[in-house]
Design a protein around this ligand. Structure first.
Ligand SMILES: [Zn+2]
Length: 399
């Protein structure tokens, strides 16, 4: 197995609970902590804590965060994560565009570029462009490739997460089984992690807007429909990396609309952007694509609003099953169709709350994405920090 993407591989090396890497995890929620805080939280000897803090300071992974005078007398030093210790190259590849950014370890963007980049040009042309742009962005941010904790890449298709290779991606001709980490390693050292775009968006939204939420779903409704599932604080890939593929779940209403996958009545066939546009065309509207459909909705046309609300109900009827299975506390709706406004979200809420069990919806929030178009690139960054700042990897950095 390619070790670059092997986040969930068996632990090796130093993962001891009193190691510097383990202690570093206590800083990752962003709360400044003193040595006494750490002693109280872990129960380890004060001398052990002091030695580990020293190691983390020497590696610049934490830094002094001013004084904490709440205890009276000589104020104890507080420490916090140093987000500038390393940087991350984050890449969000779409069908026709790419967004590429250099971020710090707190997922803050240091330099960023949006660029037309046609995924159908194939992996070599696209990844060579990513390599060139990545180097330019590092320079703009005053960083070098050696500063990188790693590179995160989101792609618009299914990915075998363990190897970082796309698997029969429908809109990415030439990319099937391509070794993305292997190719990007010509430019960048360190781990190169690849995931599908919706999983990346889930991570991005989670890192920026819901870091304390352990159970969250991110649903993207655009040309296709997919979701990223965060359960017990971790992104769920499933056995082959196909978890979260909502688009091809049959809608409970048993609609017979044929789907691109060969089945009929899939959610994507009745509630995606192109599906909504097609329904409006059947009713005589001139909406050649889903951009035109969104414009019609925003103009306030009642028939268009009704159609979008009904599409929302279809999404909600499938999500109701997910709510019963996974019991998330937040469902974030993203993707371009979510920008159709409150009617789409209202349709989703209506179906979820009427079809899910009361206990599962008691504290459930269904909300629009806050990170919107940046979700994918922020998630590509979070993919790298999630992996690179693990107990084992921090111990390796300190090594
Ligand atoms: Zn389908």
């Amino acid at each position: 197995m390619d070790e670059q993407n092997a986040v969930a591989s068996a632990p090796s090396g130093n993962t001891l609970p009193n190691s510097a890497g383990a202690l570093f995890q206590l800083f990752r929620d962003g709360t400044p902590r003193t040595r006494s805080d750490l002693t109280a939280m872990t129960g380890f000897a004060r001398s052990t804590i002091s030695a580990r803090v020293e190691e983390l300071l020497n590696a610049a992974l934490i830094r002094p965060a001013g004084e904490n005078s709440s205890t009276g007398g000589r104020p104890p030093s507080t420490f916090t994560v140093n987000p500038e210790a390393r940087s991350v190259l984050a890449v969000d590849l779409g069908g026709t565009h790419a967004r590429i950014a250099v971020t710090d370890l707190a997922t803050r963007v240091l330099s960023e570029r949006q660029q037309e980049l046609d995924i159908t040009k194939g992996p070599v042309a696209v990844l060579d462009a990513v390599g060139r742009i990545g180097l330019e962005l590092l320079q703009e941010a005053g960083r070098s490739p050696e500063d990188l904790l790693g590179v995160g890449v989101g792609v618009p298709g299914p990915v075998e997460f363990a190897t970082g290779r796309p698997m029969s991606p429908p809109i990415m001709p030439g990319w099937d089984h391509f070794d993305i980490p292997g190719h990007l390693r010509r430019w960048f050292p360190g781990p190169i992690l690849v995931d599908n775009d919706v999983n990346a968006m889930a991570l991005g939204e989670h890192a920026v807007a819901y870091p304390q939420v352990a159970n969250m779903m991110f649903v993207k409704v655009a040309t296709g429909i997919g979701s990223g599932i965060i359960s017990d604080g971790r992104l769920q890939h499933g056995a082959q990396g196909a978890a979260g593929d909502l688009g091809h779940i049959a809608t409970p209403d048993g609609d017979a609309t044929p789907c691109t996958c060969g089945n009929s009545g899939c959610l994507e066939a009745v509630a995606s952007g192109p599906a909504i546009a097609a329904q409006l065309r059947e009713r005589g509207f001139d909406v050649p694509n889903h951009a035109a459909m969104l414009e019609l909705v925003r103009s306030g046309d009642l028939e268009a609003l009704r159609t979008v609300r009904q599409a929302g109900r279809q999404v909600g009827s499938v999500l109701a099953g997910c709510v019963n299975l996974l019991n998330p506390s937040v469902i974030v709706i993203g993707g371009v169709v979510s920008t159709a406004g409150e009617h789409f979200l209202a349709g989703i809420r209506e179906a979820v709350y009427s079809r899910s069990l009361p206990l599962a919806t008691q504290h459930l929030r269904i909300v629009a994405s806050q990170t919107t178009a940046r979700a994918g690139v922020l998630g590509a960054s979070a993919l790298v920090t999630g992996h690179g700042l693990s107990v084992e990897n921090v111990n390796r950095l300190i090594g």
